[in-house]
Design a protein around this ligand. Structure first.
Ligand code: NAP
Length: 254
């Protein structure tokens, strides 16, 4: 029996857990940060909440006798990714990052890449625009400094307290979001600019394809730098890597 800890909170993490659930040679636990009030159901046992930094995560790996750690968090979750790298090294536990490749602009896309949410806010300019903020609630705070715009904010949980700007509307929703629905949403709200993270994957690509079809500009937050660890892009490659994790000595047949 090999004990696998998946750091999750993403569609990919849930899909990987689904692939591993029910295997008698693995004991899989999924870890969530606890950001959403009603997290999606998961196919394996779940633990919720921070570990207390890299040291806390390292202690958890040792205490739970984890044989392999999978970082399947969001590509913008740079703190937990760095913590995972440090904790795995100090605890001597193999680590694999499951990282979605970023979207790449194609013909017809009009992207402007910026460093962070503050730079995205400044890139909107002085003239009032109708803006779709496809950002998590932790990332929208800088936009209070640009109250001249009309904002449409989409998030999994309600934005509490609401953004302190005169013109903001909210859509609550959990992906996947298809192109047709996002096309209709952008049209219905007269959106002129989309602000997004380069999350990769299909679940949230609808707004990018819809923006292309409507000829809208996308202000794209650049991905943060993540630690240089062993990484794969697909569930299949992650499963193959897990299949090669050594069985702990105590569990080996003699
Ligand atoms: P973060 O900034 O990298 O992590 C902050 C802290 O949250 C970590 O130090 C850790 O606390 C805790 N944490 C994060 N992921 C965890 C997990 N899977 N299990 C247990 N604890 C976890 O990550 P974030 O705050 O989740 O998000 C940062 C950015 O990523 C935001 O832009 C957010 O919208 C986006 N995002 C993240 C996820 C995700 O999978 N985490 C999903 C969707 C979007 P301790 O130091 O106490 O251990």
């Amino acid at each position: 029996m090999r004990r696998i800890l998946i750091l999750g909170g993403t569609t990919q993490a849930r899909e990987l857990a689904q692939r591993l659930a029910g295997r008698s040679d693995l004991a899989v636990t999924l870890s969530l940060a606890g950001r959403t009030a009603n997290p999606a159901a998961q196919p394996v046992p779940v633990r919720v909440g921070g570990f207390g930094g890299a040291e806390g995560l390292g202690a958890h790996l040792v205490a739970e006798r984890i044989d392999a750690l999978i970082d399947a968090t969001h590509p913008y979750a740079a703190i937990i990714a760095a913590n995972a790298a440090r904790a795995a090294q100090t605890a001597g536990v193999p680590l694999l990052a499951l990282r979605r490749p970023p979207w790449v602009a194609v013909a017809g896309d009009c992207w402007r890449e910026v460093a962070d949410a503050g730079a995205a806010m400044r890139a909107l300019g002085d003239a009032p625009r109708r803006v779709f903020l496809a950002l998590g609630r932790n990332d929208i705070a800088p936009f209070v400094a640009a109250p001249q715009h009309h904002y449409l904010v989409r998030s999994v949980d309600p934005i509490e307290p609401p953004l302190r700007v005169p013109h903001a509307r909210y859509v609550i929703g959990r992906g996947p979001f298809g192109q047709a629905d996002d096309h209709a949403l952008l049209l219905a709200h007269g959106i002129e600019i989309v602000v997004a993270k380069n999350s990769g994957g299909e679940a949230t690509y609808g707004k990018i394809a819809a923006a292309r079809a409507l000829g809208l500009q996308v202000i794209m937050l650049q991905r943060p730098t993540l630690p240089a660890v062993a990484a794969v892009e697909t569930i299949e490659d992650a499963v193959a890597w897990i299949n090669h994790v050594p069985v702990p000595c105590a569990d080996r047949e003699v």
